[in-house]
Design a binder for this molecule. Structure first.
Ligand code: KG4
Ligand code: ZN
Length: 344
């Protein structure tokens, strides 16, 4: 069975993993950089790229040591080639190219979003194509029909902020710390989700897309008013995001042919309230609900190795002169959403 080395460095997690074509994770390692970015309240691209350059090679050595094998036992090297912070992407991709050149094993340039999109298939061998995917991360918020490896139909995207970005900005505003998603979820546990009146942008809209920028401004106003606790704002904000996700998902479900499974992926899929809502939506429509375990939702290299394994099985490898891409939509044919010049 094919063994794939996966490398991830598109944002603020440096990661390496060894994954097999029959869904075994032989080893996976991850080095976060939260401490280095915390003073700035967000990811600083230059700091991220330098940290990836420090950590990537030791992590590769560590996964080989853990799995008790070496580069010669690998069948292909899969590295994230975008989208993401370009300095970081280049560290992982160039490492992948160097290992490919040294070993003579093929390189597979993986779209980070495809890593998220296929990750549920790593843990669920019964999840067949096509499926409906809600991809909710720090940089993206999309609904996709996943027809096969490399075959994605985008049904909706955000016209401004991504859902994870809204969590991160809310956390910063409320002084809850970094990274924002888990901090907001934690604060929300002690708050009242009905305490603060917040909008549900684009809910009920006849266009399929998401919007979260208005929500962020409303959170800022609520915070400035001094009338609410940070816990109540966090809980009300989280509920508003859940409501927006549900509304847009139901719109997509109503407007597409019925699919057997509803799947969620990306960092925001680690949120308990989001998962509970999705489970409910799926159950109401008699769809199977598939969500990767929490560690596989946020950025990691096992999902990149798995996307590599899926591609390798189909003979999809890439030349060594392939470029790193800061932007790389999964569905290159999708029309840009209104105002979404940068995030589509
Ligand atoms: O997929 P991911 O690790 O990186 C990107 O590709 O963007 O997603 C990171 C995003 C961040 O915005 C983070 O705040 C959010 O996922 N996130 C969460 C939770 N855990 C991570 N958002 C809400 N609740 C969580 N528990
Ligand atoms: Zn991601």
């Amino acid at each position: 069975m094919a063994v794939i080395l996966g490398l991830e460095s598109s944002c603020d997690e440096t990661a390496a993993a060894l994954v097999t074509g029959d869904r075994r994770i032989l080893a996976h390692k991850l080095a976060g950089q939260e401490e280095r970015h915390r003073p700035y309240g967000g990811v600083v691209p230059e700091i991220a790229a330098r940290a990836h350059a420090e950590k990537m090679t030791p992590l590769v050595e560590a996964v080989f040591a853990e799995a008790g094998c070496s580069l010669s036992d690998v069948d292909a090297i899969a590295a994230t080639a975008g989208p993401g912070l370009i300095g970081g992407v280049m560290v992982g991709l160039v490492t992948g190219k160097a290992l490919s050149l040294a070993s003579g094993k093929p390189l597979i340039a993986v779209n980070h979003l495809e890593g998220h999109a296929l990750s549920p298939r790593l843990v669920d061998e019964n999840l067949d194509f096509p499926y409906l995917l809600l991809l909710v991360s720090g940089g993206h918020c999309q609904i996709l029909r996943v027809n096969g490896v490399g075959r994605y139909e985008r049904l909706a995207t955000t016209i401004d902020d991504a859902a994870g970005e809204a969590f991160d900005k809310t956390a910063k505003l409320l002084g809850l710390g970094f990274p924002g998603g888990p901090a907001v979820e934690k604060a929300a546990r002690d708050g009242d989700s009905a305490a603060v009146p917040l909008p549900r942008p684009l809910a009920g809209s006849k266009e399929p897309h998401f919007s979260f920028a208005g929500l962020k401004s409303a959170v800022l106003r609520a915070s400035d008013s001094g009338n609410y606790s940070a816990q109540d704002i966090a809980a009300s904000f989280q509920q508003a995001v859940v409501d927006c996700l549900r509304d847009r998902l139901e719109f997509a479900l109503k407007n597409t042919e019925r699919l057997p499974a509803l799947v969620v992926a990306g960092g925001v899929a680690a949120n308990g309230a989001v998962r509970a809502m999705l489970e409910e939506v799926a159950a109401a429509r008699d769809m199977r609900f598939v969500a990767p375990p929490l560690w596989l939702c946020t950025d990691n290299a096992a999902m990149i190795g798995w996307a590599g394994a899926e591609r390798f099985a189909l003979g999809m490898t890439d030349p060594l002169d392939i470029a790193a891409r800061p932007r790389w939509p999964l569905d290159e044919t999708a029309a840009p959403a209104r105002g979404a010049g940068v995030k589509a």
